[in-house]
Write a protein that binds this ligand. Structure first.
Ligand code: SF4
Length: 226
């Protein structure tokens, strides 16, 4: 799929209906009884956010049901967002430590955040067809980040999606396995860093701690500004 600009891509993206299961699901999550019940949900595909001219791309799995899918901004309004943005702030990638809603004044410095899948999937489990349907959006976002130096991939599904893209581009992905805290060099002196996804499950079980992610972000910072 060819786009003329990121703006044009996002116009098409927010009206995308390519995955019937996700089109249905992204609307239905607004009907769940929780503390946001009764709010008007975005319930559409969620574009990337931040500084697209930046050096760092943060790649998550998908909008969260009551996060991006509710607020219309990726990594906004849910617990994963709270964890991630607080860590980014401590390392200097954002102007504030919270990400609550689309009008909260959050600014990303030198970093852009997006997801490999732009619609919330049931149980955080997209099908391969859905990931493939959505990949042209992520691919365009990556290819138009002209200053890109590092990609921080959050979780295994995002990592495998990125690997499929790299393979398509002819980049050798042999030996690239998802491992928290690891990085891989790819062409043009770019690096891919891996981290567990800061989902409530991973945070509550202690699988990922703030200090872990802050350490990775500091390594990235040292690399992109070397
Ligand atoms: S997941 Fe991607 S391809 Fe599928 S409907 Fe949403 S935006 Fe479209």
């Amino acid at each position: 799929m060819e786009f003329k600009s990121l703006e044009e891509m996002n116009e098409l993206l927010i009206n995308c209906m390519k995955c019937p299961r996700l089109v249905e699901f992204r609307k239905n999550v607004a009907l769940r009884k929780n503390r946001f019940y009764g709010e008007i949900y975005w319930s559409r595909p969620v574009p990337g956010f931040g500084n697209h001219d930046g050096k760092l791309l943060i790649l998550g799995l998908a909008p969260a049901a009551t996060g991006g899918n509710r607020t219309g901004r990726i990594f906004t309004g849910d617990k994963s967002a709270q964890f991630l943005v607080n860590c980014l702030y401590k390392v200097g990638f954002t102007n504030k430590s919270t990400s609550e809603n689309a009008n909260d004044g959050l600014i990303y410095y030198d970093a852009y955040v997006t997801a490999v899948l732009k619609c919330v999937p049931p149980n955080d489990k997209p099908t391969l067809d859905e990931l493939n349907n959505c990949s042209p959006y992520m691919e365009y976002e990556i290819e138009t980040m002209k200053n890109l130096k590092a990609i921080l991939v959050l979780g295994r599904i995002a990592f495998e999606s990125l690997k499929r893209y790299l393979k398509k581009k002819g980049i050798n992905i042999q030996g690239m396995e998802f491992k928290h805290g690891t990085f891989y060099e790819i062409d043009n002196n770019k690096r891919i860093y891996c981290s567990y996804h800061p989902s409530p499950r991973n945070v509550n079980t202690g699988r990922i701690k703030s200090d872990d992610l802050i350490n990775i972000l500091n390594d990235i910072k040292n690399y992109i500004y070397a």
